[in-house]
Write a protein that binds this ligand. Structure first.
Ligand code: CS2
Ligand code: MG
Length: 403
């Protein structure tokens, strides 16, 4: 089964997505997500200008060989653009393999290890009252795990709060980066109060997660983790920028609050120390940014050896193709932890027709052959690319800070 064509479609139904389509001489076509929020065209060009010419004429079933050909053959390894491009090829080839076999990808990965995939949704608010209302709405939908984010009093704009009227939080906006303001002291004072109020209102029978979004120093993270322990967070996510993996040793010295890191990671090397020294409890690497199903399974297998569970990123800026592929992987891995599920802004559903289901807090990828997502190129053409940037964060004195 030879690859006869490969092309990239950039479309913006509700937000920008980049999709790779691979076609074969058996008439089977596979699709892969290549979306990198705020840098979409970099990946589109990497694929169109450098990868697609290498794919034509190759055996579509040789997923591992093509993965290593693209990873080692480029000389310049790793990085979000490269690994997102490789991920798109990888997922499209798994999609083709499933369609050829007439089986959903999870069956090719060893079959289901559970009945469904526990997901967490996002509750947020400009105030604790708004947060409580949104949290209750998610409980009513059946979620067993919900992330809580609230505007920090005194800060102009806080991460994770959707624009008024938006059901799905979309951080990318504007033709130039929006500038957010930040003050760690205000946040460290407020976050424990938020958890205390939420546990008082909803008790301990539901998982509560929180995302610090890379903004603390290791000792600040240790302090926050310790302060949250009475409220039993399911996890504290991205407490610090995780380039310095060994800095998590300091966090571990100060708190038993579970730590989740990895949505910005793109290879096993980004998290090798974090995993092998058990410095984290959940690894959040994703199909689309960590080299696809093939590489993500290697990361998850390493994590299994050290008792680290999976907790993949699943924001609305990862396309429905990634959501579906993630569910196929989540259904099969022995050390599954939880999967993020934010949903996608309309009219994404006009372009990506999905088969995955949500029932009582659990999701399932469905049993359609392959990944189980259909991509409508005609509909995609109705939504041209619309450049958007992720925000830039500044402290109150103007210093640029991690966003
Ligand atoms: C967040 C994301 O979902 C999360 O955990 O960290 O919203 C992240 O900010 C975006 O995916 C960035 O594009
Ligand atoms: Mg996050």
């Amino acid at each position: 089964m030879l690859i006869t064509d490969a092309r990239v479609v950039v479309t913006s139904p509700g937000r920008n997505y980049v999709t790779l389509i691979i076609e074969t001489d058996d008439g089977i076509r596979g699709i892969g997500d290549a979306t990198l929020n705020g840098r979409e065209l970099s990946v589109a060009s990497y694929l169109e200008d450098h990868v697609v010419p290498l794919l034509i004429g190759r055996e579509a079933n040789r997923i591992e060989d093509i993965w290593h050909y693209l990873y080692k053959g480029a000389y310049w390894r790793r990085g979000p653009v490269t690994m997102t491009a490789i991920a798109a090829v990888d997922v499209a080839l798994w999609d083709i393999k499933g369609k050829k076999a007439g089986m959903p990808v999870y069956e090719l990965l060893g079959g289901a290890a559970r009945s469904g995939v526990m997901v967490y949704g996002h509750a947020s608010g400009e105030s604790l009252d708004e947060l409580k209302a949104d949290f209750r709405a998610h409980l009513d939908l059946g979620y067993k795990a919900i992330r809580i984010q609230c505007a920090v009093p005194g800060l102009r704009k806080t991460y994770g709060i959707p624009a008024a009227g938006d059901a799905v939080y979309e951080p990318a906006s504007g033709s130039l980066p929006q500038e957010d303001s930040w003050e760690t002291t205000s946040y460290l004072d407020f976050a424990p109060r938020m958890f205390e109020a939420m546990r008082e209102e909803f008790g301990f029978g539901v998982h509560m997660l929180h995302d610090a979004h890379h903004r603390l120093t290791p000792i600040e993270a240790g302090r926050l983790g310790a302060a949250l322990e009475p409220y039993r967070p399911f996890w504290l996510e991205d407490p610090t920028p995780a380039e310095d993996q060994t800095s998590f040793r300091l966090i571990r010295q100060h708190t038993t609050t579970p730590i989740a890191v990895g949505e910005v990671f793109n290879s096993i090397w980004d998290c090798q120390t974090l995993i092998t020294e058990r410095l984290i409890d959940y690894i959040r690497a994703t199909v689309v940014h960590a080299g696809g199903i093939t590489h993500l399974r290697r990361i998850f297998s390493l994590a299994e050896l050290y008792g680290v569970r999976t907790g993949s990123h699943g924001a609305g800026d990862l396309s429905p193709i990634t959501m579906a592929a993630a569910l196929h992987v989540d259904l099969t891995v022995p050390n599954f932890g939880i999967q993020e599920y934010m949903g996608h802004k309309d009219p994404a559903g006009e372009v990506f027709r999905t088969n995955y289901t949500f029932t009582d807090g659990l999701m399932h990828p469905g049993d359609a052959p392959g990944i189980g997502v259909e991509f409508d190129e005609e509909a995609a053409a109705e939504y041209p690319y619309d450049r958007k940037y992720l925000p830039v964060n500044r402290r109150l004195d103007g210093t640029v800070h991690d966003w």
